[in-house]
Design a protein around this ligand. Structure first.
Ligand code: SAM
Length: 260
C-alpha cells in the first residue's frame, strides 16, 4: 500500500505512462536517472529502450522489491537515498550530460527542484511529474498570480515547457490535485548571469514573501527608495511586475553594494 509520507501516488494508466516515456525519449547512450521509481511504472517501459538506468528511491521496502525483480535488477543501479540531499555530481562524465526524470513526491517537490537546479550544468534535460499548480508556477510570466520565486529561479537556469496534463484518475491512490509534466532544459550558457546566485535567491525570497506590497516596501531591507529610482524602477511596482532580468540586475546591484 502507498505511503503518504513518501508522497506515493503510483501511475496506473498505460496510455499516460507510454506518453510520458515517449516525451522523455530515452536512448541507449543516455546517462539516465529516475527519481522515485516506486513500483516501476516508468522504470519498466524505460528499460525496454535502454540497457541501464540509475534510480534513486527512499522507501526501503520499494528498494527491496526493485532488487528482487530479476528482470529489472540487472539493468538498474539502485540508490537507496534521499533525492533531497543526493549528490548528483557523482554522475558526472566528461562530454556527457545527464538526463533525469521522475514522477516526484509532491510533498517535497519545491525543495527538490531547488536542489536539482544547483546541478543545472550537469543535466541535459529534466522531465518531472508535478502538481499542475507547481508546473504553472515554474512556467509563469511576470504580472500573473502564479509568478514568484520558483518562476524566477527556474527560468534563470532553464528553458521551461509544460508538456502534458495528467488527471488524478491516472494514479493509485488518486491525488487530490491535477498533475502535469514539465520539461526543463538547462541553458548551456546563461545569457545574463548573476554575480551571486545566493543573492538572487535571497532577493527573490524577500521580494515574494510580501508580494502584495510595492517594491518600495518589500525591498526596503535591501534598497533605499532612491536607489531603486536611480536604477530606473517605479517604486509603485510590485514584486510580480519585475522580470527575471530585473531580478538578475538587482542581485548584481546587491553584489556591488556588498563589496563597498
Ligand atoms: N515512479 C512511480 C510511479 O510513477 O508510479 C512512483 C511515483 S511516487 C509519486 C513518488 C516516489 O518517490 C515514491 O516511490 C516514493 O517512495 C519516492 N520518494 C519519496 N520521497 C523521496 C525522496 N526524498 N528521495 C527519493 N525518492 C523518494
Amino acid at each position: 500500500k502507498a505511503r503518504k509520507r513518501f508522497g506515493q501516488n503510483f501511475l496506473n494508466d498505460e496510455f499516460i505512462i507510454n506518453s510520458i516515456v515517449d516525451l522523455i525519449n530515452p536512448s541507449n547512450e543516455d546517462v539516465l536517472i529516475e527519481i522515485g521509481p516506486g513500483l516501476g511504472a516508468l522504470t519498466r517501459p524505460t528499460l525496454d529502450k535502454v540497457s541501464h538506468l540509475n534510480v534513486i528511491e527512499l522507501d526501503r521496502d520499494l528498494v527491496t522489491r526493485l532488487k528482487d525483480d530479476i528482470k529489472l535488477s540487472h539493468k538498474l543501479s539502485i540508490f537507496e537515498a534521499d533525492a533531497l540531499t543526493f549528490d548528483f555530481s557523482q554522475f558526472y562524465e566528461k562530454n556527457k550530460k545527464v538526463r533525469v526524470f521522475g514522477n516526484l513526491p509532491y510533498n517535497i517537490s519545491t525543495p527538490l527542484i531547488f536542489h536539482l537546479l544547483t546541478f543545472h550544468s550537469l543535466f541535459l534535460d529534466m522531465h518531472f511529474m508535478l502538481q499542475k499548480e507547481v508546473v504553472n508556477r515554474m512556467c509563469a510570466q511576470p504580472n500573473s498570480k502564479a509568478y514568484g520565486r520558483l518562476s524566477v529561479m527556474t527560468q534563470y537556469f532553464c528553458n521551461v515547457t509544460p508538456v502534458l496534463e495528467v488527471p488524478p484518475s491516472s494514479f493509485t491512490p488518486q491525488p487530490k490535485v491535477d498533475s502535469a509534466i514539465i520539461r526543463l532544459l538547462p541553458f548551456d550558457k546563461i545569457a545574463q548571469p548573476t554575480k551571486s546566485i545566493k543573492l538572487l535567491e535571497k532577493l527573490t525570497k524577500i521580494a515574494f514573501s510580501q508580494r502584495r506590497k510595492t517594491i518600495r516596501n518589500s525591498l526596503k531591507s535591501l534598497f533605499e527608495p532612491d536607489e531603486l529610482i536611480s536604477y530606473g524602477f517605479d517604486l509603485k511596482l510590485r514584486p510580480e511586475n519585475l522580470s527575471v532580468e530585473n531580478y538578475i540586475y538587482l542581485s548584481n546591484k546587491l553584489f556591488e553594494k556588498q563589496k563597498i
